[in-house]
Design a protein. Structure first.
Length: 412
């Protein structure tokens, strides 16, 4: 039996392999300049028209809320809710809310920020990163349902299956390393709202940045993060085009076909899955254009949205690189998500499916123009943030009233 000296292999051969791979990529870029240029433009257009308007408002607002102590406020207020459900601190509610309204990789970015500020343990951060990186509602309803499938009604099926599967994964991961759980802090006993405001004020005093400086720092950091994300999107667009040109994508499709044949997967959907392994947007677009049946298209789309593509994986890895977090739980969660979401999508297609015929292609076409409008996307993003704040305030009030009623009954 051959025993591999792993330290030597890692130290010597891995750097050689990396150099060889990227030299080949550079060579193919020289050999196929026109195709590579078009792939770069596709990636740039996807970043500029979809990612920037959808994520920039959320990035700026999340940085502002972090600096203003809103995370500390939510951390105290929602600890009794987040701890029993997901075994994470109350500050994780902020990550969940922003992650589910703005999309990946903001969940990983905010989790990394919580870890840096020591607002959660390493295990809690690993749990958070597993279920707070989703596709945004704008992407699911606008880009996928309307822009690709030209049927707005599909958005409810795709979104419900996507978010429900991820929330279920979050509940499952509450049991991961359960022996390291810290439980609800005894310091949170008493009036939660008063303690929450106290935490908010203390956080603002510690930050001590003027509002103008805080806003400038938030915009600067948000733009830097978006440029990084744009680089990943363009690189993977080029990388996928190279794989297609040299025939590797066909080999991957063949392997997937052999693996998925026992599951009775339509062969027409395989190219979409092979592309979606690397970049979810391109894979989903191909799935919507195949001749496969609608249930098969939904299965493939839900699986790719759950896996999210190696492009998103690379983005998540880049935003947690300065922390002690690893990619293990994130990748495991993405595998689970890719398995659970398709089952939920097929289940939901039963009761919702008959309503799909009421949406005409003309309605889908007009909606495509609407969702390609920057002003509309930014307005909708701002509406999500306002709704989020209102729901948080209402939930906090209800929690306070229930707690007061319980205290009153106890004293009686």
């Amino acid at each position: 039996m051959l025993v591999v000296n792993r330290p030597y292999f890692t130290r010597v051969y891995i750097p050689i392999i990396k150099t060889f791979v990227f030299t080949c990529i550079c060579l193919f870029m020289i050999l196929f300049p026109q195709e590579i240029f078009k792939a770069s433009v596709r990636g740039l257009e996807a970043w500029w028209s979809t990612v920037v308007p959808a994520l920039l408002p959320f990035f700026i607002v999340s940085e502002l809320l972090l600096g203003l102590g809103a995370v500390h406020f939510m951390g105290v207020l929602l600890e009794p809710v987040m701890r029993p459900l997901f075994n994470v601190p109350g500050s994780g509610a902020f990550v969940v809310a922003m992650g589910y309204t703005s999309g990946a990789p903001i969940g990983a970015l905010l989790t990394a920020e919580l870890r840096k500020k020591n607002l959660c343990t390493r295990t809690e951060a690993q749990r958070l990163i597993a279920f707070t990186n989703n596709s945004s509602p704008l992407f699911l309803f606008g880009a996928v349902a309307v822009g690709m499938f030209h049927n707005p009604a599909l958005g409810s099926i795709i979104a419900l299956s996507h978010y429900a599967a991820n929330l279920f994964i979050g509940f499952l991961f509450r049991f991961w390393k359960k022996n390291e759980s810290v439980g609800i802090s005894s310091s949170l006993k008493g009036c939660l709202i008063r303690k929450a405001f106290k935490a908010l004020l203390e956080a603002q005093r510690e930050d001590n940045r003027p509002l103008g400086t805080l806003l400038a720092d938030s915009i600067k950091k948000s733009v830097q993060t978006l440029i990084l994300i744009g680089g990943f999107i363009i690189f993977f667009s080029v990388f996928i085009e190279i794989l297609r040109l040299v025939g590797i994508l066909k080999i991957i499709s063949r392997i997937l076909y052999l693996l998925l044949t026992p599951l009775k997967i339509d062969p027409a959907i395989i190219p979409a899955l092979s592309t979606g392994t690397f970049e979810v947007t391109l894979g989903t677009k191909i799935a919507s254009e195949t001749g496969a049946s609608l249930p098969m298209q939904l299965i493939a789309t839900s699986a790719m949205l759950g896996w999210q593509g190696l492009s998103i994986h690379a983005q998540v890895a880049s935003v947690i690189k300065d922390t002690d977090l690893s990619m293990g739980t994130f990748i495991a969660a993405r595998f689970l998500h890719a398995v659970i979401a398709p089952f939920l999508a097929v289940f939901l297609l039963g009761p919702i499916g008959p309503t799909l015929s009421s949406f005409l292609p003309e309605a889908g076409a007009s909606a495509v123009q609407l969702f390609s409008n920057w002003a509309f996307i930014i307005t909708l993003s701002a509406a999500f943030i306002i709704i989020l704040c209102i729901l948080t305030a209402v939930f906090s009030l209800v929690l306070y009233i229930l707690k007061s009623i319980m205290i009153f009954k106890f004293h009686r």
